[in-house]
Design a protein around this ligand. Structure first.
Ligand code: GTP
Ligand code: MG
Ligand code: NA
Length: 343
């Protein structure tokens, strides 16, 4: 019914893939930030989160489709590390999302953590799009900043096009060996059966309009029920962090429901349930990474989906990956404590 469509929450998209495939750089390209260059060794070591409002997505996709309209308020993107030692973080990230982007370096093809990510997604039956990244590294490629990918490919020399096609065919074959059918997204007639590939460059921005529009339109089309906003709080702790001036804080992803300043909450702790009160609800500015220190926006209440930094007393021993529960009218403190410790 149109009624439910009017009340969609933002989809949560997890970005996964082998180390250095360009996951963070793709987000930097969309955000116009330099998070990746600030990472130790250029390696992501934490889960990240960024909120992209619908208006920013439309701005970025207008060259591809000028009159696009979005039903969702925005998109929450979860960045994950590709380094082999962070399987737990990839698993946590993929467990939170509605949809995913699997990033493959076009020059390298499928790598061990590409396959590991693929298996995590298959296991949870999560739909995903493949970003075939670093197309700017194709031999003789002439870059066309931020262009829709079909325009970019059309303008390449015969040489560059055949090099591109060869790499693409290799990757499609490698996916086939993993039991997955893939195809260029604009040639894909059935996204339910065959996974779409969007060629991208995080350096020149080529293919970014395609990736964003396909992602949002596809979720809107196929996940209305899942994305219909519900009042029941569904929230997961991502990180426990000491922040100067705020004490110990938790970074959470609010998947559904609403949180208020002053809410009594329960989180799972190493020495039993932690019962505390939300002192402040903080978010980075839209299009800024939660894991990067910056200016936070203060909120009286926040509606899902969002990534949030919560300040409260007694969070020191909170356990990451567990749920956050709100003590409310319907659930009394004892039940809530029990739920929290079951995670
Ligand atoms: P981890 O989070 O550590 O797994 O890596 P990642 O997948 O986030 O890759 P990252 O963004 O750190 O990029 C790795 C390297 O590839 C960096 O040096 C980037 O500048 C480079 N890179 C990423 N995307 C592109 C691209 O599209 N083209 C080119 N030429 N270089 C890219
Ligand atoms: Mg990264
Ligand atoms: Na990296």
């Amino acid at each position: 019914t149109p009624k439910s469509e009017e009340n969609l929450r933002s989809p949560i998209c997890c970005i996964m893939g082998h180390v250095d495939a360009g996951k963070t750089k793709l987000l930097d390209c969309i955000r116009e930030t330099n998070v990746q260059e600030g990472e130790a060794g250029g390696i992501t070591q934490q889960i990240g989160a960024t909120y992209f409002p619908a208006e920013n997505i439309l701005e970025r996709t207008k060259e591809l489709k000028a009159d696009a309209k979005l039903k969702v308020p925005g998109l929450l993107v979860i960045d994950t590390p590709g380094h082999e030692s962070f399987t737990n973080l990839r698993s946590r990230g993929s467990g939170l999302c509605d949809i995913a982007i699997l990033v493959v370096d076009i020059m390298d093809g499928l790598k061990p953590q590409t396959i590991e990510s693929l298996n995590l997604l298959k296991m949870r039956n999560t739909k995903f799009i493949v970003a075939l990244n670093k197309v700017d590294r194709i031999y003789d490629w002439k870059s066309n900043p931020n262009a829709p990918i079909r325009n970019a490919i059309k303008q390449q020399s015969k040489n560059a096009q055949s090099h591109f096609n060869m790499r693409l065919t290799n990757v499609i074959t490698q996916f086939k060996e993993q039991g997955l059918n893939t195809e260029l997204y604009y040639e894909n007639r059935d996204m339910g059966e065959t996974c779409s590939i969007v060629p991208t460059s995080a350096i020149t921005g080529e293919g970014i309009p395609d990736l964003l529009l396909l992602l949002v339109k596809w979720t809107e089309k196929t996940m209305v029920e899942k994305l219909t906003y519900s009042n029941e709080v569904q929230c997961t702790v991502l990180e426990v962090k000491v922040v100067e001036g705020h004490g110990t804080t938790i970074d959470v992803v609010l998947v559904n429901g609403v949180l208020h300043e002053g809410d009594q909450i329960v989180v799972c702790g190493m020495q039993g349930p932690i019962i505390t009160t939300i002192r402040a609800l903080l978010t980075p500015h839209p299009m800024k990474e939660l894991r990067v220190k910056g200016n936070y926006l203060h909120h009286k209440e926040i509606k899902a989906a969002q990534s949030i930094k919560i300040t409260a007393q007694g969070l020191e021993h909170a356990i990451v990956g567990t749920g956050l529960y709100v003590v409310g009218h319907h659930n009394d403190l004892e039940d809530t404590k029990e739920s929290a410790m079951e995670d």
